[in-house]
Design a protein around this ligand. Sequence first.
Ligand SMILES: Cc1cc2nc3c(=O)[nH]c(=O)nc-3n(C[C@H](O)[C@H](O)[C@H](O)COP(=O)(O)OP(=O)(O)OC[C@H]3O[C@@H](n4cnc5c(N)ncnc54)[C@H](O)[C@@H]3O)c2cc1C
Length: 419
Amino acid sequence: MAKYSIFSLVLNSLTRHRHWRPAWRKAEPRPEYDVVVVGGGGHGLATAYYLAKEHGITDVAVLEKGWIGSGNVGRNTTLVRSNYMLDQTVPFYESSLKRWEGLSHELNYNVMFSSRGVLNLAHAPSQLDVFTRRANSMMLNGVDAEMLDTDGVTRLVPNLDTSPGARFPVVGGLLQRRGGTARHDAVAWGYARAADRQGVDIVENCEIEGFLREGDRITGVVTRRGEIRARKVAVAVAGSTSQVMALAGIEKLPIESHVLQAFVSEGLKPALDTVVTFGAGHLYISQSDKGGLVFGGDLDGYNSYAQRGNLPVVEDVVSAAVAMFPCFSRVRLLRHWGGLMDMSMDGQPIITKGPLDGLYLNCGWCYEGFKATPASGWTFAWTIARDEPHALNAPFRLDRFRNGYALDEKGRGPYPGHH
Ligand SMILES: Cc1cc2nc3c(=O)[nH]c(=O)nc-3n(C[C@H](O)[C@H](O)[C@H](O)COP(=O)(O)OP(=O)(O)OC[C@H]3O[C@@H](n4cnc5c(N)ncnc54)[C@H](O)[C@@H]3O)c2cc1C
């Protein structure tokens, strides 16, 4: 497969772009693989890529129910950051952010990673104290963090209403300059293409409907396109985790599926060059390279497997956006959609060997899964290849919920919908 470069671009332009090859092969499933990865989202594709690249395991198939990019990897609001607080979470997300910084070169695919900064607004002195604590924890873990006062926020985001008369006056904020955005579906396509180049089979329209077992050991999967045996089966199906794991007889997991919506406005001239999150409610907003404002807020608030949301949340999220940026009040909303979120009991993921022999599980991503894609794939591949966790994902084991080692960053308790 040709390397993307200025030369291939010029060469193809001379032949009117008629000779570009597909980014990945349309592979037919074979009856047996070393590793089958279920789910062709960001995490499944990254896992397959790192299995091949880092561990030399190339006899791998990624089985995707729909098409590549049809799940959350192509539905999210694209925020990437590592502004966490716990000693277990900061190193994991920071390792992901470091991978983002070199990802376009590594994959030879422009994932449009943009370090435009992520600013969390504080609207009360007590909230500023909480952010200062988080900034200190980040810096103790070697991660960049800056505290801004109101003037600093105004200079950074002039279109934000920081006047004393604002609906929610701004007293300052926590800024991580290295955070930002990436183009979500380019990430799926980039990992798919890079995994394919390593020999991985990417099989679309191949839903798994059951597991092959010998006693308590998983030995393969049953798909719409026949049975496939595998030494190891890795499940990375995000919001469908409970349904897929039920096929393996695992009826109870500490996660729930919820709908989260994303919103895009009509295109505007450049008006917002950082990511801003609202501190008085739940809203995060940025402006895409095409000019649309991309924003999101809270979950729809009930368990669901639907990939569409409801109007009251539209009103709630849009009113928060207008409270922050009154200058956007006449902007028209262009599109909105829903994604299926795998919300865990403490807001952090599960990346683990088990819970059955031959089976490996990656799930529970809540709002954090897109930014985690590189680290999730890298550590999951390590766990699958070596049958033990890497130090980065060792805290994210399944039995932490039984043993009481919850990683509750926000202190919100065992309520998946609240993380
Ligand atoms: C609206 C929205 C906004 C978000 N914003 C952000 C954000 O700004 N930053 C951030 O870090 N995270 C964000 N997230 C979360 C993030 O998108 C997810 O956590 C992450 O994409 C999940 O991992 P994935 O990419 O592997 O999931 P997916 O892309 O959902 O991949 C799972 C795949 O499994 C497939 N599958 C399901 N069942 C089967 C089966 N039986 N057989 C075969 N395949 C199957 C699905 O079709 C799907 O393609 C957001 C999510 C949503 C919905």
